[in-house]
Design a protein around this ligand. Structure first.
Ligand code: ADP
Length: 327
């Protein structure tokens, strides 16, 4: 069968970050003049969708609105407010298809009000999910998708329903369960790819201070997950598969690139986006070959290594031509 265009449906959150920097946090009843104010577009869903788009096309391709071999479809909701048009435009500029982002009348776009104390760098965040929590429990993943990518910033019943929809339609499922809350058993059954950091791995596996990742991965394999990817920050990435496990083989560690870290915000989202692009290309190629986790993780590590060298969230996610071809 000839390869078709790969499609990644990212079913997730869209939030506006309202960021104020201040020398110190005001006390109750006090008004302070802040150092700066910025509006940024984020939410785990949108960040990972942007990462998928940028890591499947060059900056020039996006600038000239040239087609890419990977379509990235954002699926979620914003409110009918002043943020929505700019948010959608910003995603479109990155090359995303936003036709599946619902604009809900009478609702507000999700907002995170963030106060950053500049000296300590400490954040105080008030999060209002808004339209994200009004995404209806209906089928949101179309059967032309190669991959459906989920996080946990939408209502759990929306996520679980659509993971089932994706599986029934033969769409490859990937979940990055952040923020980490224990998942029902049904979420793991037949799950293609589980991507967790160390904290999420501990919470979801129920092993509170993991010392042996093979033990943690075995828990997820027994629940029905095919590929388990545990990101370990600067240490690299551990992975295990159901196949390796069934042959009584341990998992594998792929080291991270050694770089000067400036800010790790969005590193995980970049990793997930890059990895998802690799899965989508594999799935749409119909090659019959096994998925090459080593290459996918190496590419994702290289992409995330660029993000940690820059300050910011979406602004630090690289285009594919900015990712080094070797370590
Ligand atoms: P999260 O940000 O979700 O907690 P991690 O901290 O594990 O996830 O980081 C995700 C990925 O970002 C890592 O797997 C790695 O590829 C990259 N990364 C994070 N920290 C570093 C670092 N200090 N040096 C190089 N790469 C890093």
């Amino acid at each position: 069968m000839a390869p078709k265009q790969a499609v990644i449906s990212v079913v997730g959150s869209l939030n506006v970050d309202l960021v104020t920097r201040t020398s110190r946090v005001p006390v109750g009843g006090e008004t302070l003049t802040s150092e700066s104010f910025d509006i940024g577009f984020g939410g785990k869903g949108a960040n990972q969708a942007v990462a998928c788009a940028r890591l499947s096309r060059t900056g020039r391709q996006a600038l000239n609105a040239e087609p890419s071999d990977v379509e990235v479809r954002m699926v979620g909701a914003v409110g009918e407010d002043q943020f929505a048009p700019d948010f959608l435009k910003s995603l479109q500029k990155d090359g995303l298809n936003t036709s599946k982002v619902q604009v809900l009348s009478g609702k507000k776009t999700g907002v995170a009000v963030i106060i950053v104390e500049s000296q300590s760098g400490e954040n105080r965040i008030m999060f209002c999910p808004g339209a994200n929590y009004d995404v209806p429990v209906v089928d949101l993943v179309d059967s032309d998708s190669s991959v459906a990518l989920f996080q946990l910033e939408l209502p759990m019943n929306v996520v679980l329903h659509n993971m089932n929809v994706a599986r029934e339609k033969g769409v490859e499922t990937i979940i990055n369960p952040a923020p980490a809350v224990p998942l029902l058993e049904e979420a793991y059954q037949g799950l293609g790819h589980l991507i967790v950091n160390e904290t999420e791995a501990a919470i979801l596996s129920g092993i509170s201070s993991p010392i042996n990742w093979d033990e943690v991965a075995a828990v997820f394999v027994s629940r029905g997950v095919k590929n388990i990817i545990i990101t370990l920050g600067g240490e690299g990435v551990y992975y295990q598969t159901d196949k390796l496990h069934s042959q009584s083989k341990g998992g594998k560690l792929i080291p991270a690139r050694k770089v000067q870290v400036v800010d790790t915000t969005a590193a995980g989202d970049t990793f997930v986006g890059a990895y998802s692009v690799a899965v989508a290309r594999w799935k749409s190629s119909f090659s019959g070959a096994d998925f090459d986790l080593d290459s996918a993780i190496t590419f994702a590590n290289r992409a995330a290594s660029m993000t940690v060298q820059k300050r910011g969230a979406q602004s630090s996610i690289p285009w594919v031509d900015e990712v080094p071809a070797s370590s």
